[in-house]
Design a protein around this ligand. Structure first.
Ligand SMILES: Cc1cc2nc3c(=O)[nH]c(=O)nc-3n(C[C@H](O)[C@H](O)[C@H](O)COP(=O)(O)OP(=O)(O)OC[C@H]3O[C@@H](n4cnc5c(N)ncnc54)[C@H](O)[C@@H]3O)c2cc1C
Length: 559
């Protein structure tokens, strides 16, 4: 019966007749396109394209913060809703007398940045606790596909890498952070290899490296199309072997400060028992990742279930400065069909390998290796203004990513060898990407901005560090592929090392929630009501009618 059901289900979600007719046009134009090179956008063309079609530029997308360290500056609405929100804790009622855990360094977040920070701190002999919201490794890092950049080949240099990153970010990036990123990059690859990561290699043992959008050299290192999973496997194993206490299913719901306003720990929520756990620390590192599950402008997302910008909310309440929070990265090639997995990522690597973007008539409309903001804008233009998109039976729209070109250009078997996860993802739905193109549309992918940090991951709040996607400034207004997996490890390691070294001379003060009380006052004065609470912790996809008031978070000290 299960087989019969599966067969029927597959019939339902396979390409419609109309989509098939469009695919025939894609197939017909393919021989011509193989020989065609598509011109790159001139700077003024790119500027105009972004201004007209990139979601960041849509009027009403962002608003001014009315409280906190960035008061008066613009922030994306969905991020504003979580940073200008009341704590889930009532500072008047919370009982902080029972301190369950004392540690030198607390790492909040069990993705790549958190794991790297924990390892670096432990390396310096600090005691380390890592808490995470879901299972250790459930993260955006685990889902990363395409690769990690590092200038470690003879024809490349950190300086060239630096220029590419600055260009990709529209020259808005913070130079000192980019410098730290590119200089540490080769040693990060070495470190991963030493820990046992299996990179793709040529037969002579050198790294396979590829281009990504906006790169002037082939410097993308990968493990097939599951690079993030391989990084996470490697780091998680190492953390578990290094006497680091890992607490799963226990997100941080508030930071703690002493009377001087320095960070001295955090309150965790045990999601199984609904109890909270007070952790007192000398140094705290936020590594909570991105915001995709807030669905900016109602876009679908490539992100994991726990990506709700919790770290931003905690950091802002405690007084941290944010940077570049008025910009979000939309990945050009999120899945548009099957609708069941809409928003999931199709790695940029497919375009690096030669897959072209074509419209309903099989025509190209953009150079596929433009930066992501430009390619996403070009797809939106093609679908929304030129009406050259392909409609799905469920009413979504997208353009074709002509994946069969990869085997045609690179040789039979290349797609399966270099992107096995992609092949499998579509095969589940009866779609063979080696012979048929796939339908794509931009999907929220990356939180360009975050908490402002320095080269050691320090924030403006004493004893508090931030690393990974929760940090802002490194990539400016647009990140290039492969530089996030790099930044989480560079700044995770830097933050962990600095925190551990500085923890030797530090002593954790008495924990209070004074900063929460202060922030609540500010919110009240600004007319913001307590129905807005953060961190969000988990997205709620129930319809309004289905939302039942549950006492899920009825724990001591909460309102
Ligand atoms: C599908 C996909 C593909 C990608 N491909 C690439 C690529 O090829 N190359 C590249 O460079 N980048 C890629 N990226 C981006 C990159 O993977 C991420 O930006 C990066 O891994 C983020 O790492 P992180 O450690 O900062 O956050 P994450 O890896 O997301 O980890 C954050 C962790 O914090 C936990 N957490 C959240 N809130 C709390 C809380 N309140 N308390 C405790 N824990 C909390 C989360 O559950 C999670 O475990 C991709 C991203 C996605 C989604």
């Amino acid at each position: 019966m299960a087989q019969a059901q599966l067969k029927q289900w597959r019939t339902v979600i396979t390409y419609s007749d109309e989509m098939r007719r469009s695919i025939e046009k894609v197939t017909a134009t393919r021989p011509l396109r193989v020989k065609q090179s598509f011109p790159k956008l001139k700077p003024e063309e790119k500027k105009e394209l972004l201004a007209k079609y990139h979601p960041d530029y849509k009027p009403g997308t962002a608003r001014k913060l009315v409280v906190g360290a960035n008061k008066g500056e613009m922030i994306v609405n969905e991020l504003c809703n979580v940073v200008e929100a009341y704590s889930r804790m009532n500072p008047e009622k919370a009982d902080l007398t029972e301190i369950r855990i004392h540690t030198d360094v607390l790492v909040i977040g069990g993705g790549g940045a958190g794991a790297a920070a924990a390892l670096a701190a432990r390396q310096e002999d600090a005691s380390v606790v890592l808490c995470t919201k879901l299972r250790f490794g459930d993260s955006n890092t685990m889902m990363a596909q395409g690769g990690i950049q590092a200038a470690d080949k003879a024809n490349d240099s950190p300086a060239t890498h630096y220029l590419d990153i600055m260009g990709g970010g529209g020259y808005t990036n913070i130079p000192s952070l980019v410098q730290a990123l590119v200089l540490d990059a080769p040693s990060v690859i070495e470190w991963l290899e030493e820990l046992g990561m299996m990179f793709d290699k040529e037969t002579d043992g050198t790294f396979v490296t590829m281009h990504g959008g906006g790169t002037s050299r082939r410097r993308m290192h990968a493990a097939r199309d599951y690079t993030g999973a391989e990084i996470m496997r490697t780091l998680r194993d190492e953390v578990l072997n290094r006497d680091i206490q890992v607490i799963e299913f226990s997100p941080a719901v508030e930071l703690l400060t002493d009377v001087e306003g320095s960070c001295v720990g955090a309150v965790l929520l045990n999601m199984e028992t609904n109890e909270f756990i007070v952790v007192q620390t000398k140094k705290t590192i936020i590594a909570t990742g991105g915001c995709g599950r807030l669905h900016p402008q109602e876009f679908p997302t490539t992100n994991h279930y726990g990506a709700t910008a919790d770290g931003l909310a905690l950091a802002y309440r405690v007084g941290c400065k944010l940077a570049f929070v008025d910009t979000i990265q939309y990945h050009p090639t999120g899945v548009a069909f099957p609708e069941l997995i809409s928003g999931q990522l199709i790695t940029e690597k497919m375009r690096s390998l030669g897959a072209q973007l074509v419209n309903v008539d099989g025509e190209r409309f953009v150079n596929e290796l433009e930066t992501r903001d430009a390619v996403a804008s070009a797809i939106i233009k093609e679908c929304k203004e030129r009406k050259k998109g392909v409609e799905t039976p469920g009413g979504l729209v997208g353009v074709w990513l002509d994946t069969p070109l990869i085997d045609i250009l690179k040789g039979t078997g290349r797609t399966l060898r270099l992107a096995p996860a992609m092949v499998r993802q579509f095969k589940r739905f009866g779609i063979g990407i080696i012979n048929d193109p796939v339908l794509v549309y931009p999907s929220q992918h990356y939180q360009n901005g975050g908490v402002l940090i320095d080269e050691s991951g320090r924030t403006n709040v004493p004893n508090l560090y931030v690393a990974g996607e929760a940090a802002g400034g490194i990539h400016g207004r647009n990140r290039l592929m492969g530089n996030s997996l790099l930044d989480i490890l560079v700044f995770g390691r830097r933050a962990g090392k600095d925190a551990a070294q500085k923890s030797r001379a530090a002593s954790g003060g008495k924990p209070t929630l004074n900063h929460v009380a202060r922030f609540h006052k500010e919110l009240k004065k600004a007319g913001i009501t307590p129905d807005r609470r953060s961190p969000v912790l988990l997205p709620d996809y129930r319809s309004e009618e289905a939302k039942i008031e549950v006492e899920a978070f009825a724990v001591k000290g909460w309102e």
